[in-house]
Design a protein around this ligand. Structure first.
Ligand code: GLU
Length: 285
């Protein structure tokens, strides 16, 4: 055994374990050590942030591997306040049904992914925010949009497993409607395009992004029904009040210095989406 080889191996094992520690938050499962993420920051450490990959305007992974959207801008701003340069943010995909699990397991430090604050979710995760207000709506083929909630029961709908949108359809909105549940909204969009479903239902912020995509112009329209209030929060591990407080402060700063308005304009302007004003940040504990 060559000593240099062995020490190089040891060094790379050390490097791997350091990276692993830095990537996932290093607090214990269910423990509330305050998270390894917020404190310290910088210094070449990375922070791991869950986003959506297929929601143009909110969270999108582009073909060349970049990330774009309002949630990405919010995440980048917050990470910056916590001491992380954009190149030290590791974005990972967090599908709707996986968000609570990813936070509980410590796979991510926080999640910014069109993630509505709800009492059910607050049983297993904590939220900073809210930082955005959207409303559930329907996206339908152009010229076919319904104009009242009574008509929804007659439709074949598509939404995403683990979303408030799918849950609301089943619980109250249209319990008699046929509901196809997919893993992502882009899968629903394909169904809408090929006629398998009549409507894709989720937040209007997401639907407006799809409708405005170059390849979709003129194909779809939003019904404009404002079926709910969806207050987006930034998910953190349950009871990580230290990180939650730091993120709330960062969000407040983002609103006050005009970056929040700028991010709204940059990301929703092209879709002609009329965003609600910044909500008051209330999720302090
Ligand atoms: N905001 C809703 C939710 O958190 C729908 C969008 C989504 O699935 O990300 O469930």
């Amino acid at each position: 055994m060559n000593f240099r080889k062995a020490s190089a191996l040891a060094a790379s094992i050390l490097a791997i374990s350091l990276t692993a520690t830095a990537c996932g938050s290093d607090d214990d499962e269910g423990g509330s050590s305050g998270g390894g993420s917020g404190s310290g920051g910088g210094g070449g450490d990375t922070i791991t942030v869950g986003i959506k990959y297929d929601q143009p305007g909110l969270g999108l992974k582009t073909p060349d591997g970049d990330f774009a959207g309002f949630d990405v801008d919010v995440a980048t701003y917050v990470a910056g306040v916590l001491g992380y340069e954009p190149e030290n943010i590791e974005f990972v995909e967090s599908p709707s049904a996986e968000r609570e699990n990813m936070l509980s397991r410590g796979d991510v430090d926080f999640i910014v992914a069109s993630y509505s604050i709800t009492p059910e979710r607050e049983e297993s995760v904590s939220f900073a925010g809210p930082y955005f207000l959207a409303h559930q709506d329907l996206l339908m083929r152009d010229g076919e949009a319904v104009s009242s909630t009574d008509e929804i029961n007659d439709l074949t709908l598509c939404s995403v497993t683990g979303s408030t949108s799918a849950q609301r359809v089943k619980d109250e909105l249209a319990p008699d409607a046929q509901l196809l549940e997919q893993g992502t909204y882009s899968e629903c969009l394909s169904g809408l395009e090929n006629g398998t479903v009549d409507a894709l239902t989720t937040d209007d912020s997401i639907l407006a992004g799809y409708a405005a995509q170059e390849q979709n112009v003129g194909k779809f329209e939003l019904a404009g029904l404002e079926l709910s209030d969806e207050n987006y929060g930034i998910g953190v591990a349950k009871d990580d009040t230290e990180l939650q407080g730091q993120i709330n402060d960062a969000l407040q700063q983002m609103v006050e210095d005009g970056s929040w308005d700028q991010a709204v304009e940059d990301n929703f302007g092209p879709a002609n989406y009329d965003a609600e004003p910044a909500p008051e940040i209330t999720a302090a504990s």
